[in-house]
Design a protein around this ligand. Structure first.
Ligand code: GLU
Length: 293
């Protein structure tokens, strides 16, 4: 890469190959392309396939086919997250060593049972913006030698960020610059609404939150353009960036394409993918119009 290439802004489209792309993805990819072109920027494609149980090479091949059909081009090589687990693990270990992350031993079922019991007693339990109950504090409050023994015994666990400790350490409000379709300007991050987020699971060495901030930094991404469904996740991303000493991109969260009944498009709900629209005879230009560009 030449020096002038290196100085250009960097955009990225980062789909997960766990299903076919639909119109919402098309809007995201086309906006990334249009905005990158307007800024004479580089455009990267990143395949976010950390969830190896749901992501497949077939879906990835479908994504490449759909993007080519939309006339979108990107730089090679494409970064595939499943090939970079050691980088995410290094970031996780840094946080573990600094005591900001703890091993969480409760299973999903155990957490659910606690929340149900609590709520049955008429108490309210905090939930994150996706509606998932916060993780109970019991592991966080376990003495370090106890969790060390549990780790040595090989008990399955995830690694969770100690949100309280992380926020105490930073001790100031965090902001991000937002240029998207919702609130814009300097947005105050509210990572605490997420509770102790998962950074790594027993069956996946990195979480979405951890790998996305590590990759955006490693790839020199300056502009993150993605759907408004990830607006609140940005609070966690800002916090991780500060904890790990990573630069902050500008964020642009765009409107979502909703189904006829007003809900977010999703393949599992039977919404047609781009491949199906192509098979019905639509062109890339038709898709641009359909997503309102
Ligand atoms: N991989 C995420 C998705 O497909 C997008 C992540 C991002 O753009 O930060 O929803």
């Amino acid at each position: 890469m030449t020096t002038s290439e290196r100085q250009k802004p960097v955009f990225r489209f980062a789909p997960s190959p766990n299903g076919p792309l639909h119109l919402g993805h098309a809007l995201s990819a086309l906006l990334n392309r249009d905005m990158a072109e307007a800024e004479q920027a580089r455009l990267l494609l990143r395949i976010e396939d950390i969830d190896q149980t749901r992501c497949t090479p077939e879906f990835e091949a479908g994504i490449l086919r759909d993007l080519e059909w939309l006339d979108i081009s990107w730089e090679s090589p494409v970064r595939r997250q499943s090939e970079h687990f050691p980088e995410y693990q290094a970031a996780l270990h840094e946080l573990i060593e600094r005591g900001l992350v703890y091993p969480a031993f409760l299973t999903r079922g155990e957490v659910k049972a606690r929340v149900v019991a609590y709520e049955a007693a008429g108490e309210s339990w905090p939930r994150d913006p996706d509606g998932t109950p916060h993780y109970p504090a019991s592991d966080r409050e376990r003495p370090a030698d106890e969790w060390r023994d549990m780790l040595t015994s090989g008990k399955k666990h995830a690694w969770r960020l100690d949100m309280r400790k992380a926020l105490d350490l930073i001790g100031e409000l965090l902001f991000w610059t937002e240029t998207g379709d919702g609130r814009t300007g300097e947005i105050a991050a509210e990572p605490d609404v997420w509770g102790d987020v998962i950074l790594s699971r027993s069956d996946a060495p990195s979480s979405y939150h951890l790998s996305v901030v590590v990759d955006d930094a490693l790839q020199g991404v300056t502009h993150v353009v993605r759907g408004l469904d990830l607006f609140h996740a940005t609070s966690v991303h800002r916090l991780l960036q500060v904890l790990l000493g990573l630069p902050q991109p500008v964020y642009h969260h765009h409107r979502l394409i909703l189904g006829a009944d007003g809900r977010k498009l999703s393949k599992s709900q039977g919404d047609s993918g781009l491949g199906e629209l192509r098979a019905q005879g639509m062109s890339g230009a038709d898709i641009r119009r359909l997503v309102g560009l």
